[in-house]
Write a protein that binds this ligand. Structure first.
Ligand SMILES: Nc1ncnc2c1ncn2[C@@H]1O[C@H](COP(=O)(O)OP(=O)(O)OP(=O)(O)O)[C@@H](O)[C@H]1O
Ligand SMILES: [Mg+2]
Length: 343
């Protein structure tokens, strides 16, 4: 009997989930280590959280298993648990004894990570909907104005068509960017990496951005040793550098310069894009690579931005086992650096 008891205790100790036995007067008859840690039972003299007491009471009244969620703080940090409260039916016991000895088995399963993912997903859906709603609202308004008669107004009609065209392009960009991100996430570990010249990729990226840069009289200078090789997916790295140059052009004044420098450091290659633009205050540095994060929403939107460019850069760096960094001082320009493994 003692051996069996020891075995049971060892089993309960080893369990990854919290388990406790609670009687009809809500007293904890038994608990394992996890339950003690979760509910800080020793600290609070076995007083249970109100939410848990409610679930326990419900299980006693309904005489069936009750499920619920519990939010609790452990050492100041928030945790979430899936709770299951199951009434125990003791066999061969008479009514009086059953009533007196009735108890419920409480199980606690941690779901904090699931909760966090769920919140991220919710936030993401809210952001996407909001971003799509803005251009759609403009398109709808322009179409309605045309239907209300502006279609016959030779002076104003081209203006409304222009709005429709520009906002459809914007919708297209957002959707293209979201698809790139989702491809990077889904196929990230299957991206083909080959050794190739970074100078060539930088040149291609710079060429893609020249027209936009010329419109603002911005000069793009590149400096990369021809022999410098990187283990990369050239198309993706080019896209990342284009995104960085595109920002440098967008967020700089006319007549400034952009410099792209590639150099080897130990077994990595650093590709930095320097600009003499508006710069970014330090408080935004930590969040700048998040999806849809924009320092100045109005300015970014009017420049046609969706706030996804840098999160694509970050993901591209990650599928290469690399990283992306920002250094910037407000009013003094920015340097974005892509760090990739050398080839
Ligand atoms: N070189 C830069 N100088 C100043 N601010 C920048 C620079 N690069 C990025 N930012 C800031 O970071 C924000 C996020 O950049 P990101 O490239 O992700 O989005 P975007 O440029 O607004 O839109 P998208 O790139 O999707 O068209 C920008 O809105 C801008 O506020
Ligand atoms: Mg951008």
């Amino acid at each position: 009997m003692q051996k069996q008891l020891n075995d049971h205790e060892a089993l309960l100790k080893a369990m990854k989930h919290g388990v406790l036995l609670v009687n009809r007067t809500h007293q904890v008859v038994f608990f394992n280590q996890v339950a003690a840690a979760v509910l800080e039972l020793e600290v609070y003299k076995r007083k249970l959280p109100e939410r848990l007491v409610d679930l326990i009471e419900k299980a006693f009244i309904e005489k069936e298993t009750v499920e619920g969620e519990l939010e609790t703080r452990i050492s100041g940090e928030k945790f979430f648990f899936q709770v299951s409260v199951q009434p125990l039916h003791l066999p061969n016991s008479d009514k009086a004894k059953e009533k007196q000895g009735a108890s419920v088995l409480v199980e606690l399963h941690e779901i904090t990570r699931l909760h966090r993912l769920e919140n991220l997903r919710r936030e993401f859906v809210a952001n996407v909907s909001h971003e799509l709603k803005t251009p759609i609202t403009s398109i709808k308004a322009a179409v309605e104005t045309l239907q209300d008669g502006a279609v016959h107004d030779q002076v104003n009609m081209p203006r409304f068509l222009e709005i429709i065209s520009r906002q459809s392009d914007r919708l297209n960009t957002i959707i293209e960017d979201l698809l790139s991100l989702s491809r990077l996430e889904n196929e990230g570990n299957r991206v083909l990496l080959t050794t190739g010249s970074i100078a060539k990729v930088i040149q291609e990226a710079a060429n893609t951005c020249t027209i936009k840069a010329k419109q603002k009289n911005i000069e793009i200078l590149t400096k990369a040793p021809a022999s410098l090789n990187v283990k990369m997916n050239a198309a993706l790295v080019e896209q990342a550098i284009v995104n960085l140059i595109d920002n440098a052009v967008k967020y700089s004044e006319k007549g400034t310069k952009i410099q792209i420098i590639a150099q080897q450091t130990k077994n990595e290659v650093e590709i930095s894009v320097h600009d003499q633009g508006h710069g970014i205050a330090e408080e935004h540095h930590a969040r700048i690579f998040e999806r849809f994060y924009r320092v100045d929403k109005a300015r970014s939107r009017s420049a046609g931005g969706s706030g996804l460019g840098l999160s694509i850069v970050k993901h591209i760096a990650q599928v290469h086992g690399g990283r992306a960094l920002v250094q910037s001082v407000l009013g003094k320009g920015s340097t974005f650096t892509l760090i990739l493994p050398a080839g």
